[in-house]
Write a protein that binds this ligand. Sequence first.
Ligand SMILES: *[C@@H]1O[C@H](CO)[C@@H](O)[C@H](O)[C@H]1NC(C)=O
Ligand SMILES: *[C@@H]1O[C@H](CO)[C@@H](O)[C@H](O)[C@H]1NC(C)=O
Ligand SMILES: *[C@@H]1O[C@H](CO)[C@@H](O)[C@H](O)[C@H]1NC(C)=O
Ligand SMILES: *[C@@H]1O[C@H](CO)[C@@H](O)[C@H](O)[C@H]1NC(C)=O
Length: 333
Amino acid sequence: VLCVHVLFFCILHLFVLKHSLQYLVTASSGVPNIPEYMGAMMLDDIQLGSCDSINKTVEPKQDWVKKMLENETELLEILTQECFQGWKNFGKCISSLKEQFQSEGVHILQKREGCEWDEKTGEVTGFSQYGYNGEDFVEIDLNRLTWIALKPEAAITKQRWDADSGRTKNKKNFLTNIYPEWMKKSLSYGNSSLQRTVLPSVSLLQKTPSSPVSCYATGFYPKRVMMFWRKDGEEIHEGVDHREILPNDDETFQMNVDLNVSSVKPEDWRRYDCVFQLSNSEQVITKLDKTVIRTNCAKTILCNDGVVAAVVVLSVAAVGFVVYKKKKGKRFK
Ligand SMILES: *[C@@H]1O[C@H](CO)[C@@H](O)[C@H](O)[C@H]1NC(C)=O
Ligand SMILES: *[C@@H]1O[C@H](CO)[C@@H](O)[C@H](O)[C@H]1NC(C)=O
Ligand SMILES: *[C@@H]1O[C@H](CO)[C@@H](O)[C@H](O)[C@H]1NC(C)=O
Ligand SMILES: *[C@@H]1O[C@H](CO)[C@@H](O)[C@H](O)[C@H]1NC(C)=O
């Protein structure tokens, strides 16, 4: 499954250049300490801006988005309107769902809408999907201009929304004209920032001498990367475990690929290396070398293993733990 997943990911990201612009909304009722309405505009994997029912303003998340909104005042107006109107509509929607299901407690309504643009074929596809309490609920059928109930309980909502054909037409216009226009504007304003490439710092981590060696890359951009282990210069799959790519706080990404070294003889270690590769073929190669591995062994023993071991490494652990936390704090947040 992992192999297929990774393959799929590579094909998706390396060979088909698709861009997407999507507006993600989470609205809730009965959840303390989070805003009732939160919206985020995403271009590919990058958050352009957000709005919520506490701040009540559209907040750009990138410098170039700030510039774009200063210049494109109409766009800012539409987004602000969308945020306020969306907040009201979602509130109403949750109320009527509460009534329909006769249930109190937590209710979460989510929306994902926008468009996808295939750079090669020029094809643009719009989508609008809603989820209720974590499950798919309804989505738009742009050809028939109707809504599709994705579960039986959504039939009432589908009927109601189908009856409002003006709203459905308006939605289609948004998804097939306005979102693509915003996407093209965003791609053009953000061009230099979106086209940048940043190589990561790569390190080798290992919890205990018998656990897998993790090749850990952090701080790279864009997300379209490949990372793998090689033996004698050839990519290997056995004993290799790919982890998913995660975002950092600073618009860069991190990932790791683990190698099970339990059956690798010490003299064979030097035959292995870890390759990090950006889509424009820049590479970072890291040799499997015991002397450069960073370990949090002390911490792990302290947490999991026997008391005797814990006493022996206690003083090391105190120091090791602090250093480890400083270096890797973000990753395990
Ligand atoms: C809301 O505003 C506060 C203060 O201006 C800011 O620190 C916070 O990040 C904002 N929240 C969001 C979700 O934009
Ligand atoms: C600002 O918008 C105007 C009109 O839409 C356009 O002609 C101009 O090039 C834009 N400025 C920048 C810096 O993109
Ligand atoms: C981005 O800039 C490059 C050259 O700097 C140009 O070839 C490309 O067309 C630009 N893309 C967009 C979407 O403006
Ligand atoms: C590593 O491989 C050995 C056999 O070669 C296996 O017993 C062990 O479970 C593997 N460890 C992990 C973490 O996959």
